[in-house]
Design a protein around this ligand. Sequence first.
Ligand code: ARG
Length: 456
Amino acid sequence: MKLWGGRFSKATDALVDDFNSSIRFDARMYRQDIKGSMAHAEMLGRQGIIPKDDAALIVKTLGEILKDIENGKVEFSIDAEDIHMNIETILTERIGDAGKKLHTGRSRNDQVTLDLRMYLRDESDELIEMLKNTMTVLLDLASAHVDTIMPGYTHLQKAQPVTFAHHVMAYFQMFSRDLERLTDCRRRVNVMPLGSGALAGTTYPLDREFVAEKLGFDAVTSNSLDGVSDRDFVIEFLSVLSMIMMHLSRFCEELVLWSSHEFAFVEMDDSYSTGSSIMPQKKNPDVAELIRGKTGRVYGHLMSLLTTMKGLPLAYNKDMQEDKEAAFDALDTVKLCLPVFTNMVRTMKVNGEKMKQGAKGGFTNATDIADYLVKKGVPFRSSHAIVGKMVARAVETNRDLDEFSLSEFQEFSDLIEEDIYNAIDVATCVAERNITGGPAKEQVQKEIDKGYEQLK
Ligand code: ARG
C-alpha cells in the first residue's frame, strides 16, 4: 500500500512504479532529508502541534535511521517512490503511529525543495574549496613564470609578447569570478521553503523561522506558490557550473594546442597523458580533451532544465523531478574535472625556451616600433603605416624586424636611432607595458600577491 494509496482501488502498474520513482537518484539526499525532518518534528513538538514525546521519538529514531543508512544497513525500495517516502516508511515501520505524525503541515512539494536546497548548499561549500585549490595552483604556476616571455595571440595569430604568468593569471581572474558567482548563488539557494505546504501554505501554526535557524538557512521563502515551484536556484547553480566548465575548457583547449609538436610550449607529465594502441610514439593530452568534452554535457543539463521549466504552470509539477538528475550529474562532472585539471596543470612541464622563441617570431614587436616613432613625435596613424611597410619588407626578405640594419631602418624614418634595438627587444616590450593589468613583471606580481591574499 502506497503512503498516498487511500483513494485508490488498484495498485500502480509495475512499469509506472519504476517510471515514477526517483529513489535511484534522490537517495543521495538522505542526510538532508533526515535533518530536515528532524527540525520539522522538533518544531511540531514545540508548537504543540504533535505531542512532545512523539516529536522526541521521531527525532531519536531518525537519528538511528541516518546511522543505519550510513552503515549500509538500509535498503531503499522503488515502491516507496522517492527518498522522502522511503525514510517516512522506515520511520513508521519502526515507531508506528508516532511516525505517521511527521508529515503534519508538510508536503513532499516543500520537502523536496528543502532537501535540494540543503544539498546544493553543502555541495557549494565543497566546490568553493575545490575551486580555491585550483586557484592556488594557478598562482603557484604564475609565480614561477613572471619572467617567462611568450607570444600573446589574437585570432590565434601572434600579436604582442606577454608572459606565461600573465596568461595564467587571466584564468585566475575567470575562476575568481566563478568563485564570486558560486558564493552569490549560494545566498539564493539558502532560503527555507518548508511551510509552503503543497502550494497554499498550511493551517498549522508552524514556526518557520525556528526550522530555518535550526537548519542554517538565512531566510524563509515569501510566497508559498513560489516556494514549491521555484527552480531558479538549480538553474543558476547549473549556469555557474557551466561557466566553470567553460573556463576549464578554454584552458584545456590551449593546453591541447600547446602540447602539439608545432607549439611544444608545454608537456604533460607522463602520469597525466595517454598513449596510442597503434602509434608507439604518441603521447596524447586526453585529460585536457576529456575536460573539454565534458563541458558540453554540463551545458546540456543547463539547457535541459531551462527547457523543462519554461512551460510549467504554477505550482509544483512532476516534471520538476527532472531537476535532480541534471543538477547531480553536472555537479559530479565538475567535481571530477576540477582536481584532475588542477593536478594536470601542477605537474606539466613548461618549455620557457620555446615560448620565448615563439614570442620573437611573427613581428610581435611591430606595435613597439610604431610606439617608438610616436614617442619621437610621429602621429600614431602615420607610424602605423611606416611600420606596415617595414613588415612588408621583412616578409619579402624573410627576416625579423630586429634583423634590419640601422641604415635600413632609417630608410623608413630618419628618426630611428641605435636605441631602436633595445626598444623592440621582446623583454622590453613586456617590461614597458607597466600599467595596471599589464604584463610587466611588477604588475603581474602585484596581481599574484593580491590573489594569495584573496584566498587566505
Ligand atoms: N520525487 C519528487 C520530486 O523529486 C518529490 C515531490 C513529489 N510530489 C508530488 N506531489 N508528486 O520532485
